[in-house]
Design a protein around this ligand. Structure first.
Ligand SMILES: [Zn+2]
Length: 247
């Protein structure tokens, strides 16, 4: 089977990537982003412009068309300062996928069904090719919670989870919703963060004048409790974290 045909790939190269080529084994993660720009064409241009110093391996257009901007075996520049588990600076170990969306600063909108079905195809293809674990398919805000919000709370992680393309909980949404806004004890708060670190979220990031823990809670909520992002740990968040560690 020709994967290019199956994926409907268009190649439009970006020169923003590192030499030398990396080995296949180095590709452990897939990081999902949104472009965060109003105009799709401008976003593509930016990712290909040497002055911008950013790039990604793939870009999924509003139409669902997939562009391959950087070959997989070269390190693209999409993750920046980032960490997950024992890994730091995840560009080295990942493939980056940008999805066209204006993002939080320019009128964040729902990802459309063409984009999501293309993404699912691409993820399945890459996962198989590089033997990537589902739990290593992550969002930019997972690996850089204090800087990034993408792909954000409108991103359908649940749909990916249904296809076994990301880590998920096995709790009933209706059941745990009853625990929303219920206080957690000091001890449960500590456990919550311990659970997050077990999942992979980084702990030792010091930021001046900003509370890292609030960013961390928000990043967690953007993924697992998308209809309330308030940065506060409640029983619902606590139970989600507990379940994710177990699954
Ligand atoms: Zn991003």
């Amino acid at each position: 089977m020709s994967s290019k045909i199956a994926l409907n790939l268009t190649t439009e190269y970006s020169i923003n990537f590192n030499f030398p080529k990396r080995s296949k084994k180095k590709i452990i993660f897939i990081i999902i982003h949104y472009t965060g720009m109003k105009n799709e064409l401008e976003a593509i241009r930016k990712l290909c412009d040497y002055r911008s110093k950013v790039s990604s391996h793939y870009l999924i257009k509003n139409s669902g068309e997939i562009l391959n901007l950087v070959p997989d075996l070269y390190e693209a520049w999409h993750a920046g300062e980032s960490s997950w588990k024992k890994f730091k600076l995840l560009n080295k170990f990942s493939i980056g996928i940008e999805i066209s969306n204006p993002g939080h600063e320019h009128g964040y909108k729902k990802f459309n069904s063409n984009q999501i079905s293309s993404l699912i195809k691409l993820l399945k293809y890459l996962q198989k090719k590089y033997d990537i674990k589902s739990k290593n398919i992550l969002g930019h805000s997972d690996i850089a919670p204090y800087r990034k919000k993408d792909p954000g709370e409108k991103f359908p992680w649940r749909k990916l989870a249904d296809k076994n393309l990301c880590e998920w909980h096995n709790l009933s949404i209706d059941q745990i919703k009853k625990k929303r806004n219920l206080n957690v004890s000091f001890f449960e708060k500590k456990l919550f963060f311990r659970n997050l670190h077990k999942i992979g979220f980084s702990k030792n990031v010091k930021i001046k004048n900003k509370s890292y823990s609030t960013y961390l809670v928000k990043a967690f909520q953007r993924k697992y409790r998308q209809n309330l992002i308030n940065g506060k740990i409640d029983q619902e968040c606590f139970l989600l974290s507990k379940n994710l560690v177990k699954t």
